[in-house]
Design a binder for this molecule. Sequence first.
Ligand code: ZN
Length: 325
Amino acid sequence: MSKWKFPVQKGLMEKNAGVYYQNMTSSDVEERLKKNDVILIPVGSTENHGAGAPYGEDTYLDTRICEQIALATGCTVAQPVWYGSHPYHHLGMPGTIMIPEEILADYLCYMFAGFWNTGFRKMIVVNGHGQDYVIPLAIHKFGKKFQVPGVILYLHFWNAARNPNTLFSDLETKDKGGIYETPFIHADEVEQSYARALFPELCRPEESVATKPAPLLPSGNINNSAESGEGPIKWYNAYGSVGMECICSPEGVIGDPKKADPEHARAGIEHVLDYLEKLVNDIIKTYPAGKLPPAEKMTQRSKEEIDAVIKGPTHGGRHIYTIAY
Ligand SMILES: [Zn+2]
């Protein structure tokens, strides 16, 4: 029996549960930072997922996962980023709110700076939406701009949906020994199974519609959304490989969410939760609250400057923006 509980019945975004940063006070945060200075940053999207699932699906997938990790480990969760970047083939799709990638990368970079300046200097971005080409940009931009010690990791959570011993993906189709009939693309059998396990109250399976994918190149070249399929080229390293959504599948779905079953998501969600829990605990074991990776190995800024920003502006030091803004 797993310790994780789902279907999850309600979220904690507006609850005083000691989970979300925005629901805490300055004294709450001061106490939290003494015990656990890891913050999970859910980065979602507002995207058409068809008639059977809400526009916020990609955000709720993140937040429901992060909430359970905070309760299990004592880390903190930032309120999510609701608007994200979308690949070219989603351009023009009604209901999908598209933020340019440079703007999103900048936005994330300055979120990292603000949380670093507050004392959350170990950050894990949790994302399950197809914006993999943006988040690394934000991380490296932060690193190069500020050059301060800390940890920022990005988990595309679908990649953790695998058996940790065999590395067999929980997203695999039946013909490859998995549980699903159809491969994971978008708002389909796989994604809808996860949605119905994590936020069933916002899903309307009875209204789900199915569509067919519109590939423009032979299979075996371009990998799928969760990188669990075939082909050495990741889906976001491709243009001209798939038809535009608003032309080919205006229903907002690519696949068949009618085949979804929340029970089929159970093993995958448990593996994601197990992994994220281990990751947070690994970070805290290696660098307990208040401790950082060795500054002399991470930066060539002067010791005086680094010591001052680590102390922070309200404890006799300086704020991070004395370095850059
Ligand atoms: Zn989605």
